[in-house]
Design a protein around this ligand. Structure first.
Ligand code: ZN
Length: 403
């Protein structure tokens, strides 16, 4: 009897899983965290069951849950303070076909239990995971374990996603501009007072900018991402290099404690930060890969190091010229922050050959800015400013090449 029952559960599971793959993606409808004396339990309620894989990361301590492409209807809020072992969590698309939940834990933990249970008429399907605090030594021993159910490991290795192959040379002689919508997928970026996600603001602005630049007929424009998906920092400028881009513009929107601060600002790369605020901003923006649950311990540190080559110095000069045009042009359209062009060690600006700037469009921590950044009018003004700055930048290069 017991065997038949278990067999039945397996069949139901397989049926639901296959049905889930063929029909619309499974939807996570609610997230619950339960704090018990011994453990902290995270529950994902869903309208079906799904395969999964769980693994642990250190520096900082994280728990990563990989899922197939799943949609989220669950409310999402950053935790104000830790709930048991869970300091915070987030979710989103990590790469095509692979959604991800990343849990920041308060210290080393072990996966005490994990399961997915099919729902019935009364209850939704549930995935749960129990986290139990342990000491750092025990964590070290067990950290390479992967806990999975029906997960196709061959299809999705744990290493970071690879960048696309080099593109053939362009026949079109127009300049190519790579626009980089900051954050995406499992990395939401800053979250506004009213819950606006930076990743959404940057993507919608990037699309408007692309449209405006292309409408001029003078530029080819590509984006580092076209949808709500995580892209590693290094892959962002690698994509620009592979496409043979002439300029790289990374779009962001910041959030800070001082709520009255607002306005746009422009940043370029440097070994030494221009001021402590720019340094703190770069440190925050550089965390994207950690936020997305990527293990950085074995990565070579081209991204992390701030050492700058001679070749890069020339590029940095060009970036500074472009930043100057950007500030000038942006100032005619939108409100700017004081001290608008600043420098710091932004990982995403580290292409040695492509002049790169990072634009913070405004502050999601400011009520007016948060509202403004979501308007079409603002996106259009920013696009106009970027187009004018790009025109001036290339006009200057043309003048220089003639003289
Ligand atoms: Zn950002």
């Amino acid at each position: 009897m017991k065997l038949i029952l278990r067999f039945g559960v397996v069949i139901t599971f397989c049926f639901l899983w296959v049905a889930g793959v063929q029909a619309k993606p499974t939807e996570v409808t609610n997230v619950r965290i339960g704090v018990h004396a011994e453990k902290t339990r995270l529950v994902l309620e869903a309208d079906g069951v799904f395969p999964y894989r769980v693994f642990l990361l250190a520096n900082p301590y994280r728990v990563v849950i990989d899922l197939p492409n799943i949609s989220w209807r669950a409310p999402f809020q950053r935790l104000e303070k830790p709930k048991g072992a869970i300091a915070n969590y987030r979710f989103g698309l990590f790469r095509p076909g692979n959604s991800r939940v990343v849990i920041d834990v308060t210290g080393p933990v072990e996966i005490a239990r994990h399961a997915v249970l099919a729902g019935d008429k009364k209850k939704p399907s549930r995935f749960f995971i129990d986290l139990k605090p342990i000491d750092a030594k025990t964590f070290e021993k067990s950290k390479d374990k992967v806990f999975a159910r029906n997960w196709n490991a061959a299809k999705t290795p744990i290493e970071k996603p690879r960048v696309v192959a080099k593109e053939p040379p362009r026949r079109d002689s127009r300049k190519l501009i790579m626009i980089d919508p900051g954050h995406g997928g499992v990395d939401p970026g800053a979250i506004g007072l009213r819950g606006t996600f930076e990743k959404r603001v940057t993507l919608s602005t990037a699309k408007t900018v692309k449209h405006a630049l292309e409408a001029s007929g003078r530029y080819i424009v590509k984006l580092t991402r076209y949808r709500d998906m995580y892209v590693p920092l290094r892959d962002r400028f690698a994509k620009a290099e592979q496409a043979g881009a002439d300029l790289f513009i990374s779009l962001h929107a910041d959030s800070i404690r001082k709520r009255r601060i607002r306005g746009a600002s422009v940043y370029t790369l440097s070994e030494k930060a221009s001021d402590s605020e720019a340094e703190a901003l770069a440190a925050k923006e550089n965390k994207s890969d950690i936020i997305a649950g990527v293990d950085l311990t074995e990565q070579s540190d081209t991204v992390a190091s701030v050492l700058i080559s001679l070749r890069q110095r020339h590029t940095m000069d060009q970036s500074a010229h472009f930043a100057r045009f950007m500030v000038e042009s942006l100032g005619k359209e939108v409100r700017l922050l004081r001290n608008t062009h600043r420098f710091a060690g932004f990982a995403v600006l580290k292409s040695p050959d492509i002049p790169s700037v990072l634009v913070e469009l405004g502050y999601l921590s400011n009520r007016e800015d948060e509202k403004l950044l979501q308007t079409k009018a603002f996106r259009k003004r920013v696009s106009k400013a970027i187009l004018r700055a790009i025109d001036k930048y290339f006009a200057r290069l043309k003048r220089l090449s003639k003289s």
